[in-house]
Design a protein around this ligand. Structure first.
Ligand code: TXA
Ligand code: MG
Length: 328
């Protein structure tokens, strides 16, 4: 019975046998962590409410928030959601890739009410990772997958991060190394003929707007969705306190740097990591969550974070850092 705590978490390689085994576990209601291009997902059969409920138990997530259903392609996605012209253009431009589209749920769709948190809409994504795509093909059903971390912890970009949070609580993990994007997908709602940014992420606002030909509306006006996990104040929290836009570093602090010029005091910090010495936002995004975990392991009281530009991927990086810094 996969409903009870599995006890031992299988470590699976990303070969044919590992993917086959993962698909079988998912189809029988088990939880399997798998790599995507953004972060590791904690997968469950999205059409099976009991399996979806196990996600919340494993993550110790207190409330039922809507989850993203992952699919192997646009055709499968169109069986679950209704795509207007805007949604179709975005899907064709960015899938497979780090973009999630919230669209009206299709009448014949199979994503359970629980995975949609009872909403009339559904969040759909086709990930750009060959292992994930092959797994989704084999499962043949939409797979609900939030980030594979305990609720309130930093999202996992390596299999070790997943095991640190969920070992013994999930049936299996597919070990696919580190995830290249490092930040969750961008969430755009295409409802009522409008396009709204609900969460900045791996596809930049600028790239989405270039395809649309107009500016995205702000997501906070959203009335039809409850505040999702991605919108909770302290969602991506290390144990240490986080101090943003640090123009100098205090001697007792650890520091997360960006770019070639360090703020004064950085040389005396208890620990130092640079997200990208070259000042490259893509490199910084990929390193963000694992750097927060590593500085946290030092056991420092406070992590000071140097200023990071807010354009391009910097919008999502600053969004995650603000949540890490929010009071808990
Ligand atoms: O990169 C990612 O998106 C990762 C990987 C594993 O794919 N997944 C992920 O899922 O971050 P999750 O469940 O942590 O994020 C779901 C986001 C939340 O911000 C949630 O509020 C929003 O999608 N969402 C889901 N369904 C929605 C709906 N029907 N209406 C509005 N927002 C929705
Ligand atoms: Mg998450």
């Amino acid at each position: 019975d996969l409903g009870s705590i599995p006890g031992e978490t299988l470590r699976l390689d990303i070969d044919e046998a590992g993917i086959e085994c993962s698909a079988r576990l998912l189809r029988s209601g088990g939880l399997v962590a798998f790599p995507t291009e953004t972060v590791y997902g904690l997968g469950a059969d999205a059409s099976d409410a009991e399996a979806v409920a196990r996600i919340y138990a494993a993550k110790e997530r207190p409330s039922f928030n809507p989850l993203i259903a992952h699919l192997p392609g646009l055709d499968a996605a169109r069986r679950e959601g209704v795509f207007d012209g805007l949604a179709l253009r975005l899907a064709e431009a960015f899938w497979p890739g780090p973009l999630t589209l919230v669209v009206p749920a299709a009448s014949g769709g199979t994503v359970s009410d629980l995975a949609r948190a009872g909403l009339p809409s559904v969040a759909l994504r086709v990930p750009a990772n060959p292992v994930a795509l092959s797994l989704l093909e084999k499962v043949g059903r939409p797979v609900a997958a939030p980030s594979a971390n305990r609720s309130g912890r930093v999202s996992p970009t390596r299999a070790e991060h997943v095991l640190a949070d969920l070992d013994g609580r999930i049936a299996a993990i597919l070990n696919g190394g580190s995830t290249p994007v490092g930040l969750e997908s961008t969430v755009v709602a295409c409802l009522d003929g409008r396009a709204r940014l609900l969460r900045p992420g791996g596809v930049t606002r600028e790239a989405v707007e270039a395809i649309l030909g107009f500016a995205l509306d702000a997501g906070h006006e959203s009335a039809e969705a409850p505040i999702g996990p991605g919108l909770l104040a302290s969602h991506y929290a290390p144990r240490a306190a986080v101090r943003l836009d640090a123009s100098r570093v205090e001697p007792h602090e650890a520091v997360l740097l960006f770019g070639p010029v360090d703020p004064p005091g950085a040389e005396a910090a208890t620990a130092r990591l640079n997200l990208s010495a070259a000042g490259d936002l893509r490199e910084a995004a990929a390193a963000l969550f694992s750097s927060l975990r590593r500085l946290d392991e030092v056991g420092t009281g406070t992590i000071a974070v140097a200023p990071i530009p807010r354009t391009g991927l910097g919008e999502a990086i600053n969004d995650r850092l603000r949540r890490a810094a929010a009071p808990r």
